[in-house]
Ligand binder design. Structure first.
Ligand code: ZN
Length: 233
């Protein structure tokens, strides 16, 4: 998950990330040993950015490929999550969580939800949990028919980002300010304009605000004032 945060930090400091390659890697499901193929991206040329920190990457399925599911049991996570070692009790616990998804269509967004749910169960860092839901919302960005589900994931992302800030999970103040901006965006995009304005103000009154946030936050704050929950940019 540091990778995603790294992406965010890179994004704040620069508008592009260079070097790209996708290496196919086979991993085994930690629950039932089913093989799953990951396309591990070591970097990707990115150009521009969205206001919710999503990179515009030169790979159509960049975010879809970040989190994957075992086709057999639906265990879901990042590439590194598949190297987790679970004892029998933990495997049973995970299978119980996964049983809720037996009759559910597993798509890319659902994989992110499951990954976040497993991380919640194991009480991983709130930031890591939040990012699963955030990526799920990125996957649904262009799918207007799934707006209700997308908002559900964004609300979960905001909830865990707030917990992460309160838990001091971020390296420094600059990162915390950026996360506060992201929280504001999650609230605005889900139509909770009151909380969005609270977090935009939190960013704007921060002494260590970066130039990009100083420029972007007032623009986004105006959207919230106008009760605009657009999720397109
Ligand atoms: Zn499995």
């Amino acid at each position: 998950m540091r990778k995603i945060i790294l992406l965010i930090v890179l994004f704040i400091t620069a508008n592009s990330i260079h070097a790209h390659d996708c290496h196919k890697q086979l991993v085994k499901c930690p629950i039932d040993n089913t093989e799953i193929e990951f396309c591990v991206v070591t970097g990707s040329i990115a150009y521009g950015n969205y206001t919710d920190f999503q990179q515009q990457v030169d790979m159509d399925d960049f975010y879809e490929g970040q989190i994957k599911s075992c086709p057999k049991c639906h265990f879901s996570g990042y590439y590194y999550d598949f190297s987790a070692l679970y004892n029998e009790k933990e495997k049973k616990d995970v299978l119980e969580i996964l049983s809720k998804y037996n009759d559910v269509k597993i798509d890319d967004a659902k994989e992110c939800e499951i990954a976040g749910t497993i991380k919640e169960f194991f009480k991983e860092a709130n930031d890591k949990i939040a990012n699963c839901y955030l990526i799920g919302s990125y996957v649904l960005k262009k799918k207007s028919k799934k707006a209700v589900y997308r908002k559900e994931l964004q609300k979960k992302a905001a909830y865990f980002l707030i917990k992460a800030v309160n838990n001091q999970e971020y390296a420094d103040q600059a990162e915390t300010i950026a996360i506060n901006y992201l929280i504001a965006e999650m609230y605005r995009r889900t139509g909770d304009f009151k909380n969005a304005l609270k977090y935009y103000d939190e960013v704007l009154t921060s002494k260590k605000i970066t130039a990009w946030l100083e420029e972007m936050t007032p623009i986004q704050k105006e959207l919230a004032k106008g009760k605009d929950d657009t999720n397109d940019i």
